[in-house]
Design a protein around this ligand. Structure first.
Ligand SMILES: Cc1cc2nc3c(=O)[nH]c(=O)nc-3n(C[C@H](O)[C@H](O)[C@H](O)COP(=O)(O)O)c2cc1C
Length: 203
């Protein structure tokens, strides 16, 4: 059972969440988990101006995903930073290249799940995940979220990401906040939950 974690990260927050998602998925017996990046669409000059090049050095060893390998997965967990309450353009462009998978039905009946990151607490995490789900439903995927059995999303003791729609982190206006223990726990839970459901779907 192959679980793909496909993500785009500009400053590293989604990358850290993706590692926790992968860790959770790997804990399910029979799961092989691979991490992949969505292809970059911005030039190195623009990335430099956005202050992203330095941060991306720590994860640019992660292979770039191809549309073909997306079709071979039993489940795909997508990670994207929010852009005005939606997925980022890099992920959108990648998904817009999946027409062949739609035609062949390669993802029909497979588990699909989404996690995200935003600068601010109410900056569009839920709209990013929910609007992402629309694409997954067109591809025929079975949507998996983050159930309340992950008790960490009930906490009132700290500011935290995480909702029934999926794990999330709050990066801060300057990207100064890294994923908290609770947010990483949510990501691990989601990874494990998706892999467990994928095992049932592929049985
Ligand atoms: C063009 C652009 C639009 C953004 N839109 C939002 C937004 O609507 N709400 C928000 O809270 N953060 C927004 N952000 C901040 C990013 O979501 C934040 O940098 C990201 O979650 C950090 O994750 P990363 O380090 O994995 O890239 C935006 C950033 C950019 C560059």
């Amino acid at each position: 059972m192959k679980i793909l974690v496909v993500y785009y990260s500009m400053y590293g927050h989604i990358h850290l969440m993706a590692e926790a998602i992968a860790e959770g998925a790997k804990s399910v017996s029979g799961a092989t988990v691979e991490m992949r990046r969505a292809p970059e669409t911005l030039s190195p000059e623009i990335l430099e101006k956005m202050g992203a090049l330095e941060a991306q050095k720590s994860f640019n060893h992660v292979p770039v995903c191809t549309v073909a390998e997306l079709g071979t997965a039993d489940a795909v967990i997508f990670g994207t930073p929010t852009r005005y309450g939606n997925m980022c353009g890099q992920m959108r462009q990648f998904l817009d290249a999946t027409g062949q998978l739609w035609v062949s039905g390669a993802l029909v009946g497979k588990a699909g799940s989404v996690f995200t990151s935003s600068a601010t607490q109410h900056g569009g995490q839920e709209s990013t995940i929910l609007s992402f789900h629309t694409t997954l439903l067109h591809l025929g995927m079975v949507i998996v979220g983050l159930p309340y059995s992950f008790q960490g999303q009930m906490t009132m003791d700290e500011i935290t990401g995480g909702s029934p729609y999926g794990a999330s982190t709050i990066a801060g206006g300057k990207g100064e906040r890294m994923p908290s223990i609770n947010e990483l726990d949510a990501a691990r839970f989601q990874g494990r939950h998706v892999a467990a459901i994928a095992a049932k779907l592929s049985a």
